[in-house]
Design a protein around this ligand. Structure first.
Ligand code: SAH
Ligand code: MG
Length: 226
């Protein structure tokens, strides 16, 4: 998909001066979150292609502190598109106190609840993406129920329990335009490596006949709507 980027091409041939890393990359890498760099680059490439298609804006479900939004948003910006990113900013079940992925520095002392919004705002400011990445704050299925704009790109990385994951999938995938891309994170065919709902969403997308495989990077899958 277009110009090669990323870890694989950081070593230039002898005598060639390496291109400087883009200024947003260090911000993405430093942000709190759950997006390995190789998968982030794959998202970036998919976002560039989707943005270039002109089929509509890009949308992410599961903002957290903006880590994946920087990889995607930087791709959208190169092609003058925008990225909507949806989150209630209260964390998923596995982010709450006592769970595996809890980070107590994300708790708002005034409410005692998680609030990742200030961290997201800082990330997007630091990455210079305030003109590209638009936060939508709320329950993902509620936002999906009011959404009408066709999407060139949809990234599903919200709640990973069966109920929220299927609600995101059912609520958002109908908005992907024909020819648009669907990316799903945390797809683990082997349940020993991680929870199943994202894998089941991926299988459903393929088996429905509506989407075809485009790429696979770690636990990231990118498909295209037929
Ligand atoms: N993409 C992020 C990680 C997302 S973690 C990264 O790159 O680091 C999952 C996020 O989904 C959490 O921030 C959580 O608040 C959000 N989330 C979970 N269920 C949700 C729902 N029903 N509506 C809106 N956001 C939800
Ligand atoms: Mg994820």
């Amino acid at each position: 998909m277009g110009r090669a980027h990323g870890p694989a091409d950081l070593t230039p041939p002898a005598g060639v001066t390496p291109a400087p890393a883009p200024e947003w990359l260090a911000v993405a890498q430093a942000a709190k979150g759950f997006m390995p760099d190789d998968e982030g680059w794959a998202l970036h490439e998919a976002a560039r292609a989707a943005a270039a298609s002109g089929l509509g804006p890009l949308l992410e479900v599961g903002t957290y502190c903006g880590k994946s939004a920087v990889y995607i948003g930087a791709g959208a910006r190169e092609r003058s598109a925008v990225l909507f990113t949806v989150d209630h900013h209260r964390g998923s079940e596995e982010n709450q106190a006592g769970w595996e992925h809890h980070d107590s520095s994300l708790v708002d002392p005034a409410t005692g609840r998680m609030d990742t919004l200030p961290f997201f705002r800082r990330t997007i400011f630091d990455a210079g993406l305030e003109g590209t990445v638009i936060a939508v704050i709320g329950e993902s299925p509620l936002v999906a129920s009011q959404w009408t704009t066709p999407l060139s790109f949809l990234f599903i990385d919200g709640g990973h329990g069966a109920e929220p994951a299927w609600a995101d999938y059912r609520g958002w995938t109908p908005h992907v335009a024909a020819g648009g891309l669907l990316a799903i994170h945390d797809v683990f065919p082997d349940p020993a490596h991680g929870g199943r709902p994202p894998y089941e969403l991926y299988c459903d997308a393929r088996e429905s006949g509506a989407f075809e495989d485009l790429s696979e990077t770690g636990s990231l899958r990118v498909l295209r709507r037929r």
